[in-house]
Design a protein around this ligand. Structure first.
Ligand code: ARG
Length: 454
């Protein structure tokens, strides 16, 4: 059973402890692609005949198709995906299969497979971000002129268009997209040819292998090539930040769909009932997404900890890199897809949102701004309007209905045109700076996103 320097076979405990086939089988397509590229380099360097190469390629493709179809039996005794495939290949085609591992180690093999896999997954997550952005832009577009209260400290601050609020998430997601694209750019180099750690005396054309595998570059230091996993960390950290954004959006949905807020209604397809309380409709999707942030953060810390203090170069600790990454990739893809579906079907309750935004107190800052236009220093203007607001709270009279004599006494400048100051539409129009929620700017941004996302 065992070869070379070993006389006894492996303890079953160690076999069960050390196997990775139960999870790294996922890398089979990438492992096969990597092996075919490696074999063609071996052929070009005359370490394989054309016939041997053809047998290897056909054999690997056949094995790939069987795995795809669920017809392949993996063996724990063969530890990982690399050995499972290679052993089976050799069983089928004989000596040619036994030549495949020439000038290669599982160390550069796994480092290559993992990058190939992550390049693919990163592109899929980037597309998932686009899908969610489109859903948010759609909802924003449908509510372009609906005003809602904007909050700080979860206290009503100033009115803003619902579209402006939703587009804030589109901006965040755009940065998430950028972080992923950045990580993808750096992970786009091929370690194959690094061997176990020091390359090989059997020299292969690495550039050609990289071209065949679609890598932009080859790694420039064999020790680095087999031992670092910073590319996976970058992805996990981008996904942790993405998770934080999705969690914040989810929290808004949880708040908005409460009876207390009443700003939005989830479709029945995206809510659950209570087993006990018949009247309830719960925002479970949003809560789960908020909760799954724990995995995304946890997986980042898991891999950071695995990598810390590892001596050069490959160490078996590195096998612990995969499950954390698989879990984060799966979680991010699902979370994006369900959030997009949920946001697409979310209905904004325009009446109650508008009603909340119509609170005249939300325009207190506009009053202070108006005093500034009359040359009152802002700090004093703030103080004066504060007194009006306090009076409104004390007497229960809305800010726009404060008795005239008090206005005449505190801020006579505001007396003429008092009523127009409480027009939220006018207030929005006045917010003309780039990034502020004037209708022009919001519609410009909507047009920008629609174009970018089409
Ligand atoms: N299953 C291993 C991993 O995932 C493959 C590389 C094993 N290399 C070795 N020298 N034991 O890291």
């Amino acid at each position: 059973m065992r070869h070379g320097r070993f006389e006894e076979s492996m303890s079953t405990l160690l076999r069960d402890y050390g196997e990775s086939i139960s999870f790294d089988w996922r890398l089979y397509r990438h492992d096969i692609r990597g092996s075919i590229a490696h074999a063609s380099a071996l052929k070009r360097a005359a370490f394989l005949t054309l016939e041997e190469f053809d047998a290897i390629e056909a054999g690997l493709k056949e094995i790939g198709a069987e795995i795809e179809a669920g017809k392949f039996t993996f063996s724990k005794d063969l530890e990982d995906i690399h050995m499972n495939i290679e052993k089976e290949l050799t069983r089928r085609i004989g000596d040619a299969g036994a030549k495949l591992h020439t000038a290669r180690s599982r160390n550069d093999q796994v480092a290559t497979d993992f990058r190939l896999y992550l390049k693919e997954e990163t592109a899929l997550i980037e597309e998932g971000i686009r899908v969610l952005q489109r859903a948010l832009v759609g909802l924003a577009s449908a509510n372009e002129s609906v005003l809602m209260p904007g909050y700080t400290h979860l206290q009503r601050g100033q009115p803003v268009p619902v579209a402006h609020h939703l587009l804030a998430y589109v901006e965040m997601l755009e940065r998430d997209h950028g972080r992923l694209a950045d990580a993808a750019e750096r992970m786009d180099e091929m370690p194959l040819g690094s061997g176990a750690l020091a390359g090989s005396t059997l020299v292969l054309d690495r550039e050609a292998m990289a071209r065949e595998l679609g890598f932009a570059r080859v790694t420039q230091n064999s020790l680095d090539g087999v031992s670092d996993r910073d590319f996976a960390l970058e992805l996990l950290s981008a996904l942790a930040i993405l998770g934080m954004h999705l969690s914040r959006l989810s929290e808004d949905v949880v708040l908005w769909t409460t009876t207390e807020f009443g700003f939005a209604k989830l479709s029945d397809r995206h809510a659950t009932g209570s087993s006990l309380m018949p009247q309830k409709k719960n925002p479970d999707i949003a809560e789960l997404t908020r909760g799954k942030t724990g995995r995304l953060y946890g997986n980042l810390f898991r891999l950071l900890t695995v990598l810390k203090g590892l001596p050069m170069t490959y160490n078996r600790d590195l096998q612990e890199d995969k499950e954390a990454v698989f879990d984060s990739v799966d979680t991010a893809r699902m979370a994006l897809a369900v959030t997009a579906e949920m946001m697409e079907a979310l209905v904004i309750n325009r009446e109650s949102v508008n009603r909340a935004a119509a609170d005249p107190a939300l325009l207190a800052t506009d009053l202070a701004d108006e005093l500034v236009r009359h040359q009152v220093p802002f700090r004093r203007a703030h103080d004066i309007v504060g007194k009006l607001a306090a009076e409104s709270v004390r007497t229960g009279v809305p800010l726009d209905k404060i008795p005239e004599d008090l206005i005449r006494e505190l801020c006579p400048e505001l007396l003429t045109g008092w009523n127009s100051l409480f027009d939220p539409v006018r207030s929005m129009k006045a917010r003309g700076a780039v990034g502020a929620p004037s209708p022009e700017h919001v519609s410009e941004r909507l047009a920008h996103w629609k174009k970018l996302l089409s």
